[in-house]
Design a protein around this ligand. Structure first.
Ligand SMILES: Cc1cc2nc3c(=O)[nH]c(=O)nc-3n(C[C@H](O)[C@H](O)[C@H](O)COP(=O)(O)OP(=O)(O)OC[C@H]3O[C@@H](n4cnc5c(N)ncnc54)[C@H](O)[C@@H]3O)c2cc1C
Length: 372
């Protein structure tokens, strides 16, 4: 065999899986169709280290976020990855939202999101004088991280243990063999070759349903169909005079996102986003005419912001499992012997908080590989 395990996809989760498997003594190849790691969702997100506030108790999203956050802060210290424990305010701007704050705080505490406080409006003003609110939930454990630094740390750990990332190579077929799987690939110059391995980890993000289909699985029957949901970001010009030092989120709307929020990156630049729109095609262009909508959403808590302060910055696309208006769907981390594809572990629907949860997801994948 060419490797014990082939991981399809070198986003943050595929790389974390590669590093974890290599640290447990497995020989690993991570195959990526682009010419660099983390070219898709892993470099198109808010880079927030989530505390674990929003998700239903005991869901994989909640458990892996809390466990992954602790592992992530530890990793940042060990590998000197840029990060900052900024803290986050979830602000209520209407009376009916104030009632929701206690519920958000209770869920966060039940999930183990660290210390959480409900603040009244004067207390919020003491932390962030530029914000208008009627109260907020304060999460000191929330932070920001350099996502590329994180990915490079996983890649370095993988390579230190003789694993490899193979770039510019697309997985095009998966054929079951007596020893495991034959992974058919096509390089960007058109050359085709096959890799024989014992186990396959499907960490293909937005294409994870297509990769499952390559192995003969039915994504619709298994509930693996991805419903892409786009989020646009706008940068906030210094001329806006917005001075915030923490992450500012609204009380989450019911659109599948966390609400248009303000994040600050490690260089101190502020941006607004993401919104949430279900899409049929993968197109990362950001429509400048949305600026007024973004400004209006943010004016609820940043009263002076106007459309002319905003410039289209970037977008990301969430690999969601739930369609518009559908109830909560959890991360899927599953081995598919029962569905007729043994020796394959699938990571499906790894939307937020997948960056935060990456190391915890990788542990679960490595455990499944041990028992497969
Ligand atoms: C707008 C937005 C904001 C977010 N904000 C946050 C946040 O603040 N905090 C947080 O924790 N999470 C956040 N997330 C979630 C986080 O970004 C993702 O959960 C995480 O990046 C998923 O990583 P991944 O490795 O699973 O997927 P990806 O990064 O998409 O990687 C999958 C890789 O597989 C490759 N691939 C696919 N098919 C093939 C094939 N056939 N052959 C070879 N390679 C293939 C792709 O090219 C890609 O590189 C956000 C997501 C979005 C969209």
């Amino acid at each position: 065999m060419d490797a014990e395990v082939v991981v399809v996809g070198a986003g943050v989760v595929g790389l974390a899986c590669g590093a974890e498997l290599a640290s447990r003594g497995r020989s690993v190849l991570v195959i990526e169709r682009h010419g660099a790691v983390g070219f898709e969702t892993s470099s198109r997100n808010s880079e927030v280290i989530h505390a674990g506030i929003y998700y239903p108790k005991d869901s994989l999203k909640a458990v892996c976020c809390v466990e992954g956050r602790a592992l992530l802060y530890r990793r940042c210290a060990e590998y000197r990855i840029g990060h900052r424990r900024t803290g986050k305010l979830i602000v209520a701007t209407h009376e009916d939202e104030v009632e929701k704050l206690a519920g958000i705080a209770a869920r966060a505490l039940a999930n183990g999101a660290g210390s959480i406080e409900c603040l009244d409006a004067p207390a919020v003003a003491r932390i962030e004088p530029g914000i208008r609110s009627r109260g907020a939930v304060w999460s000191p454990e929330t932070g920001i991280v350099d996502a590329h630094g994180l990915m490079h740390s996983y890649q370095a750990e993988l390579e230190e243990r003789q694993g490899s990332v193979v770039l510019n190579t697309r997985v095009v077929s998966l054929t079951r063999q007596s020893f495991g799987w034959r992974v058919g690939t096509e390089a960007s110059d058109g050359e085709r070759f096959a890799i024989d391995c014992g186990l396959v980890v499907n960490s293909a993000g937005l294409s994870a349903d297509a990769v499952a289909e390559m192995a003969g699985l039915d994504p619709d029957a298994l509930g693996y169909r991805i419903r892409p949901c786009k989020g646009d970001y706008f940068s906030i010009a210094p001329a806006a005079g917005v001075a915030v030092n923490h992450l500012i989120y609204p009380v989450p709307p019911m659109d599948g996102g966390l609400g248009i929020h303000v994040t600050v990156d490690l260089g101190g630049r502020l941006r607004l986003g993401p919104d949430a729109t279900y899409v049929d095609t993968i197109d990362y262009a950001v429509a400048g005419e949305k600026a007024e909508h973004f400004a209006a959403a943010a004016r609820r808590y940043l009263p002076d912001i106007r459309a002319e302060h905003l410039a289209p910055e970037m977008s990301g696309i969430r690999p969601k499992l739930q369609g518009p208006g559908e109830p909560f769907r959890d991360f899927v981390v599953a081995e598919t012997s029962a569905a007729g594809a043994p020796g394959m572990i699938h990571l499906i629907g790894i939307e937020s908080p997948g960056l935060t949860a990456s190391a915890a997801l990788a542990r679960r994948v490595a455990d499944l590989c041990s028992s497969a």
